[in-house]
Design a protein around this ligand. Sequence first.
Ligand code: TPP
Ligand code: MG
Length: 292
Amino acid sequence: MSVLSTPAPAKPVPVAELKRIATQVRRDIVRQVHGVQSGHPGGSLGCADFLTALYFGVMQHHPLPWDMDGAGQDLFFLSNGHISPVFYSVLARSGYFPAKELATFRKLDSRLQGHPTTHEGLPGVRMASGSLGQGLSVGIGAALAKKMNGDDKLVYTLHGDGELQEGQIWEAALFAAAKKVDNLISTVDYNGRQIDGDVEDVLPLGDLKAKWTAFGWDVLETNGNDMDALLKTLAEAKSRTGKGRPVMILMHTEMGQGVDFMMNSHEWHGIAPNDEQLQKALAQLPETLGDY
Ligand SMILES: Cc1ncc(C[n+]2csc(CCOP(=O)(O)OP(=O)(O)O)c2C)c(N)n1
Ligand SMILES: [Mg+2]
């Protein structure tokens, strides 16, 4: 059965299938950005494995009928909203809206704006993001609401490493630990790159693991581009919820992962491939679910 027609992934998809889905997601990313000659392929490609693992293998969610509150479901909040191409692809491929709508990415009147918005009413989007630093606070609020409502499902958030330079992140980190928000699994796209260069050169983060630990979080590290490692770490993270501490996963990734000429620099943070570059990229990414 095609995962395209599977609205609710009730059972975990086999690892080999997750890897196949991730290559289609990467195709979707470069095709969306190429189609409108704008957008952010680098971070999107680096997070394709994680978001595929989360939406197809880990989260308990029901794409349709769409329910903004998500009571009784695991929730995900994308805080680094500029990587919308990967988010939209995974949402579409897991059944939130038709994959053909990916062709409207960043166009006028599209529900798929450059940065996700809620007023467009796109199923799967529960917060507007793009202004970095806000998603952890939103995730904490949703996690606390779940506790108040007696809802035992989890909340996941994703952040860029450059995003961690925002002060609001650390206020939220302090708050989550102090209030024992232990139904929250936050993750960082630890690619060492940001818009203008390497994080190390722009504003170094120091020992991130030690910092999150000092803030009272239970911290895991993994290779964010290795599906097997990701699944193992996500399962471990889940087993650590409900123990009084919020959980953090630092995911070591490569910006541009999967397209050789987009890797090893920050250059492809936010530029579009031309026609020739698109063909070069697609040649490295097998079509597995069918292009939109
Ligand atoms: C509050 C805020 N400041 C600045 C920006 C501009 N901006 C967009 S993406 C980005 C880089 C963020 O780096 P990172 O989170 O590491 O994302 P990556 O480049 O790895 O995708 C910046 C500074 C923004 N979107 N929001
Ligand atoms: Mg980064």
